[in-house]
Ligand binder design. Structure first.
Ligand code: ADP
Length: 447
């Protein structure tokens, strides 16, 4: 407001005055020679517009005069001699009027002078002179500026009050969120964030609620993992201890028994080693510290080699492995890690397959560049809502009778390894029919 008033008051005033002067001249011209036209009207206009008016007849005698500036204007004052010069300008101009901004030497202010020839320029009926100040009357301008200052102060105070209440309104949900966040920080993961009041705070609260639920999930998984791992560690440890004690107390002298017990201790130690290795592998994979040791190898051979190792297992426990992997396919990958993926998937299939104890391992050449490996069991299948979870760290179905030791980390390792290789992978599962875990690798046909 300050800016508009201070900067544009004068220029606006000038524009308005110029328009006024033209209008008034037009008005006088219209009434010229009309008997009903009275000078009262001109008085009124001149007074309202702060304007000096002089009308002369054809011979230059004044027939009407209105002096607003008490002899100090360019028309009536001591400068009026120059009127002849201005009149001459109007007569010689094409338009019949002269129009100029002239400084009043008495007050040093800018004025607007307008001279107009009435009728034919060669034989004029008369002349109209108008003169008005182009600067707003000081007192008026000051009143306006003072008012503007008053309004500005009022607006400022009002703005402060409104801002205070708005800030308090916004602060309320943010304060609520902050308090909840503090509690979350202290480990209260089931806290709920309430951002009611503003779209933005609602969105923030929603995001934080999501974050809190994710943190809570991870926390639960961590707890589960510790429970699982300690359980899995305790079982072999108990066995190791029990058999070691047995050797010490009973079978130390009996070579046959002793050998049997020592073998159990070795087996249980292996289980422990597997578990510890899994945990280490996963933490290495997840921290991104593992470099892939990429070589070119035949995935078909790897599958068949692994399945050879399961032969004894299938003979002893009655499992049936149906392997379809004939056409040799070469891939470039970390062989040890891909073997681990296969082991983990096959072990899961053994653990979860149905009573027919059958597991299918199938290599499908999709096109000349891509091979897909399917590991299918005939088990219960996996609930659809669990499928996104099973690849999560530590996720593990509760009830599991296992033939092969599991830690709940197997599929997370599979995921990490396949992701590192940028392989596509996934699972299809149908309740009551079975599940197929698959992954794809790129490479080429042949040896
Ligand atoms: P683990 O088998 O040691 O529990 P995994 O990470 O290998 O851990 O598997 C996570 C979970 O995924 C398992 O506990 C099980 O619920 C589910 N799962 C994995 N493979 C299969 C499968 N072939 N059939 C049914 N469920 C499976």
């Amino acid at each position: 407001m300050w800016f508009t008033f201070v900067v544009s008051l004068e220029s606006n005033y000038k524009t308005m005055k110029t328009k006024d002067i033209v209008n008034i001249a037009g008005y006088i011209l219209e009434g010229w020679g009309n008997s009903s036209f009275t000078t009262d009207k001109i008085d009124e206009i001149a007074y309202e517009n702060n304007m000096c008016v002089l009308i002369q007849n054809s011979r230059g005698f004044p027939i009407y005069s209105y002096d607003m500036m008490a002899d100090n204007c360019l028309i009536h004052g001591s400068h009026s001699l120059e009127l002849f010069a201005y009149r001459a300008e109007a007569i010689t101009s094409d338009t019949g009027f002269y129009y100029a901004e002239i400084e009043n030497p008495r007050f040093n202010n800018n004025t607007l002078l307008f001279v107009m020839v009435v009728g034919d320029r060669k034989n004029p009926d008369g002349y109209i002179y108008l003169n008005t100040s182009l600067e707003p009357v000081k007192s008026t301008a000051e009143i306006i500026q003072r008012q503007v200052l008053g309004i500005s102060i009022l607006m400022f105070i009002l703005g402060l009050v409104i801002a205070y209440f708005l800030a308090r309104l916004i602060e309320t949900p943010i304060g609520r969120i902050t308090r909840s966040a503090k509690k979350l920080g202290q480990g209260e993961y089931n806290i709920s964030f309430d951002g009611r009041g503003y779209t933005e705070t609602e969105a923030l609260a929603e995001t934080l609620n999501y974050a809190a639920s994710e943190i809570s999930k991870v926390d639960n998984l961590r707890r589960d993992l510790i429970a699982n791992i300690s359980h899995d560690l305790r079982t072999p440890l108990t066995m190791v201890k029990a058999y070691a004690e047995m050797i010490r107390d009973l079978s130390g002298d009996n070579p046959v028994k002793r050998e049997e017990h020592v073998n159990i201790i070795i087996e249980e130690s292996d289980r422990l080693a597997t578990l510890v290795n899994d945990i280490l592998d996963l933490s290495k994979l997840e921290s991104g510290n593992t470099e892939l040791n990429v070589t070119e190898f035949c995935i078909t051979d790897v599958i068949n080699d692994i399945m050879d190792r399961y032969t004894l297992f299938s003979e002893q426990k009655g499992y049936k492995f149906i392997v379809t992997a004939e056409t040799p396919f070469m891939v470039k990958a970390d062989q040890v890690k891909i073997q681990q993926v296969l082991y983990n998937l096959i072990n899961n299939a053994i653990n979860y397959t149905g009573p027919d104890k059958t597991v299918y391992i199938t290599q499908i050449i999709k096109d000349k560049k891509t091979v897909r490996i399917d590991i299918t069991d005939t088990g219960e299948g996996i609930d659809e809502e669990l499928i996104p979870l099973i690849f999560d760290r530590y996720y593990r179905a509760e009830k599991s009778k296992r033939e092969v030791i599991g830690t709940g980390l197997g599929l997370s390792i599979v995921k990490q390894v396949l992701r590192k290789h940028e392989c596509r992978f996934g699972v299809r599962s149908e309740k009551g029919i079975g599940s197929t875990f698959w992954f794809e690798m790129t490479g080429k046909l042949g040896l």
